[in-house]
Design a protein around this ligand. Structure first.
Ligand code: SME
Length: 157
């Protein structure tokens, strides 16, 4: 199967599992598990959610992988950049990214995709890290953005 085909199948699985499920946490957990199981190159796969008590800060949510940092301010790291700009960050070499936060020194490349709720507010970011350099490309960007776009449709506010 091509990478695009694996993404298509994984997106269908996620949609089927979360159908009718109002909990955002359950949806984030389902996506991180199924994405992580689909791709061996995904070393860390998970969500940082906007802290409702501190709107300029992300706090770790459901993930698969080694221990992640608990909190990331919008001003820092690749996740912060995605939250701040509202744009996907595709980083081929994290060591060249200003302010990169090394939660695990084995990470060499990553992609971070913003997740919006149904009202259009930023709810979280999806962070996928790899031990390989340049592990992610436009196929990953398109597919992960599509998954994130529908992830919170039908979820509780
Ligand atoms: N690499 C991220 C931090 C989160 S973890 O790697 C799990 C960043 O710079 O935003």
């Amino acid at each position: 199967m091509t990478k695009a085909e694996i993404y298509k199948e994984t997106a269908q699985q996620i949609a089927a599992v979360i159908d009718g499920e109002p909990s955002r946490t359950a949806r984030y957990a389902t996506a991180s598990c199924l994405l992580s199981e689909s791709f061996d190159a995904f070393f860390w796969t998970g969500f940082y959610v906007v802290d409702t008590n501190k709107p300029q800060e992300l706090v770790v949510g459901p993930y698969q992988g080694s221990l992640g940092c608990l909190r990331i301010p919008f001003s820092r790291g690749v996740c912060g950049a995605a939250a701040r700009t509202g744009e996907t960050q595709l980083v081929e070499d994290v060591h060249k990214f200003p302010g990169h936060i090394a939660c695990d020194s084995r990470t060499n490349s990553e992609i971070v995709v913003p997740v919006y709720d149904e009202s259009g507010a930023l709810a979280a970011v999806l962070d996928v890290d790899s031990e390989a350099f340049s592990a992610f490309d436009e196929t990953d960007k398109t597919a992960l953005e599509a998954i994130c776009k529908t992830l919170l449709i039908g979820a509780d506010a």
